[in-house]
Ligand binder design. Structure first.
Ligand SMILES: [Zn+2]
Length: 279
């Protein structure tokens, strides 16, 4: 077993040494080493938010435009708490390792992430080289929405009763119509998400991918439950000749023998690859 892992780590290091571009594809598992909750299954969510457990509300129920309509203080209790959590979280050392690898590549790097936590920006990645495919908790929009406009959440100061998952103060409002505001995040059953910012990011990503020749995808903590990130990794393999390093504790199988799957957490996987890289 150790021998198999050693071979996989050597192969991963070679893929990074040979690439001209680093594609970072990150799912929820990327935040775990920073102490951020992973909402896999209801139990993970309910451990982090017992008030939701008492009401048996799963992730698809709380993360929905419907909840902002029917119980905005509960919905904002959930998102406001996460906003505070993500503002305070320090990106774990994986982010610095990925920046070092990006610096080796002639075409540098681009991030594709389903995470809405803003951790890549916080870790110093270029704003223009990040695609947040599900939006960002650090931006707000009108819940209606009355117009096609979003604004930063920087001025928002959450005041939450954490035990009850309840937003206490005045609810965030749209500066144009005065109606309820919500995070600019793609939720479940969401026909109101304003995707302009994310589309702009995708346009920059597509232009960058058109320039690269030998991209290596480092995919981290992206599960099959919501497979957006995995679909993207496979697209880079098929359409841009990419090779894949998949770091995933539970689901590390890879499409071809030229790709590498490592059944470990983000930080452990990246550190072990880093030790095998030529200086
Ligand atoms: Zn509005």
């Amino acid at each position: 077993m150790m021998g198999v892992m050693d071979d996989a780590l050597d192969q991963a290091a070679r893929l990074i040494e040979q690439a001209d571009a680093l594609v970072i594809a990150a799912g929820a598992g990327m935040g775990v080493d920073s102490g951020l909750p992973d909402f896999r299954g209801n139990q993970g969510l309910w451990n982090a938010y017992p008030a939701l457990g008492r009401r048996e509300l799963g992730f698809a129920a709380i993360a929905s435009p419907r909840m902002f309509r029917t119980d905005p203080r509960l919905a904002w209790g959930f998102y406001g708490h996460r906003l505070s959590l993500y503002r305070q979280a320090s990106p774990h050392p994986s982010f610095a390792l990925l920046r070092e690898w990006a610096a080796r590549m002639p075409q540098a790097s681009f991030v594709f992430t389903s995470n809405v936590d803003g951790q890549f920006q916080q870790a110093g990645f270029e704003q223009d080289a990040i695609h947040e495919c599900h939006g960002s908790i650090h931006w707000l929009q009108c819940a209606r929405p009355c117009r096609d406009e979003i604004w930063p959440a920087d001025d928002l100061v959450p005041d939450i009763d954490t035990e009850a998952c309840h937003w206490r103060g005045a609810l965030p409002t749209c500066p144009h119509c005065g109606g309820l505001a919500r995070p600019n995040i793609l939720m479940f059953g969401d026909g109101e998400w304003l995707e302009g910012r994310s589309q702009g990011q995708q346009g920059r990503l597509d232009a960058w991918l058109a320039r690269v020749e030998h991209p290596v995808i480092v995919e981290i903590g992206a599960g099959t439950g919501i497979p957006t990130v995995r679909h993207f990794s496979h697209l880079v393999i098929h359409e841009h000749g990419g090779r894949l390093i998949r770091i995933n504790v539970r689901e590390s199988a890879v499409p071809t023998p030229r790709d590498v799957g490592l059944p470990v957490g983000a930080l452990e996987g990246l550190r072990r690859i880093a030790r095998r890289l030529a200086p």
